[in-house]
Design a protein around this ligand. Structure first.
Ligand code: G6P
Length: 369
């Protein structure tokens, strides 16, 4: 056990730091100077993907959050409609399946009972085909899907998923670019996004360098009972994933909202006992987010802002602490901003003395309903 963890105190920490390698492996031989290789979905895959008119994504837990990011990506860049749903709900309702819809099942283990049952149920619903995004090649989900795109995270031991999530994002980014190109994305924009994706391992590596600052920040959370995470657009799922990590391993109650929803309820909870963590990448929604942050500040809430180095936001405007991350570009930013939130959850849990790799009541893979 200690040998496998090497210099790291927990598997989770080791797996967080393995992310540059895991993401690089997932991209390896799948994207090059000419863009995304067309054969990465197999011979049938390329033909099938050419017919896709829309996508339904099903998954659970962290994998569901990866699916939520993919919805923003595929709709923004490939202009195809996407719906995302937790598998446990999807399997029990009558989803409308328009002609030409591809079903995507995302699962680290490939054995999650709800995801597998939803995939089986989808067979009766008239999909164009099914695609598994999965980390375990011999798993049930992979065996039962028509197409597969493997993440290459390697074994993930910590119950709280980390490198599985960022490698799922890498795989979904490849799919997004493939579809965007098929749908006639401008060539210059396409190659710019391909370059961004190829920079992702390095961008994650740089984001990991923030760990010493996170260790200090974590001290401010040790005695907290609640926390609120905010993000806008494709960073809302990042905020959800950050809050999930915190509750899973530190047992602090955490919620995540798209920042514009603050005024419709959660603002009532904000006082000096409520830390608010905001993800603030650069982009058109930044000004909106700044005004959301001022609403928090005005209520005495403690603000922690993870901001893109390129974003025009400072401690004074935000009214709180700013931690700067180089997002590496608007496309890959969700994967990069996930990293400091994983580190925050990890170090808060360590300080609180919880069983980081085996949090109470949770299982790595939920194979029963
Ligand atoms: C469990 C794990 C989560 C995981 C979820 C889905 O709840 O504790 O970390 O995200 O299952 O697992 P999957 O293997 O399908 O991605």
């Amino acid at each position: 056990d200690a040998v496998e963890r090497g210099e790291y105190r927990h598997y989770m920490q080791k797996e967080i730091f393995e992310q540059p390698r895991a993401v690089a492996d997932t991209l390896e031989a799948r994207i090059g100077s000419g863009g995304v290789l067309s054969n990465i979905f197999g011979v049938d895959g390329e033909k099938l993907l050419a017919k896709v008119k829309g996508l339904h994504i099903i998954a659970c837990g962290t994998s569901y959050h990866a699916g939520m990011v993919a919805k923003y990506w595929i709709e923004d860049y490939a202009r195809l409609p996407v719906s995302v749903e937790v598998a446990s709900e999807y399997r029990y309702r009558e989803a409308v399946v328009p002609q030409g819809t591809l079903l995507i099942a995302i699962s680290q283990s490939g054995e999650t009972a709800d995801t597998l049952a939803a995939l089986r149920e989808s067979r009766r619903r008239g999909y164009l085909g099914t695609l598994a995004i999965c980390n375990v090649p011999e798993s049930s989900v992979v065996r039962e899907a028509d197409l597969k795109l493997m993440t290459r995270a390697g074994p993930e031991i910590g119950v709280a998923s980390t490198k599985a999530f960022t490698t799922q994002l890498a795989a979904l980014a490849l799919l997004t670019l493939h579809l965007a190109n098929e749908q006639g994305m401008d060539a210059a924009r396409y190659s710019e996004l391909c370059e961004q994706l190829q920079r992702l391992p390095r961008a994650i590596d740089e984001a990991l360098q923030i760990e010493p600052q996170i260790v200090q920040l974590a001290e401010r959370f040790v005695h907290r009972r609640h926390a609120l995470f905010l993000g806008r657009g494709m960073h809302h799922p990042v905020a959800l994933e950050g809050s999930l990590k915190l509750k899973e391993i530190s047992y602090i109650h955490a919620e995540a909202y798209p920042a514009g929803e603050l005024k419709h309820g959660p603002l009532a909870l904000v006082d000096e006992d409520m830390p608010v963590i905001a993800v603030a990448p650069n982009g058109p929604l930044l000004d909106k987010l700044k005004s959301n942050l001022q609403e928090v500040r005005a209520r005495g809430g403690e603000l922690i802002v993870f901001a893109d180095k390129a974003a025009h936001i400072d401690g004074a405007t935000a009214g709180g602490s700013i931690l700067r991350i180089d997002a590496g570009g608007d496309f890959i930013a969700p994967a990069v901003f996930t990293v400091p939130l994983q580190l925050l959850a990890y170090h808060v849990a360590v300080l609180r003395g919880t069983d980081v790799d085996q949090p109470r009541n949770l299982a790595k893979s939920v194979t029963v309903e």
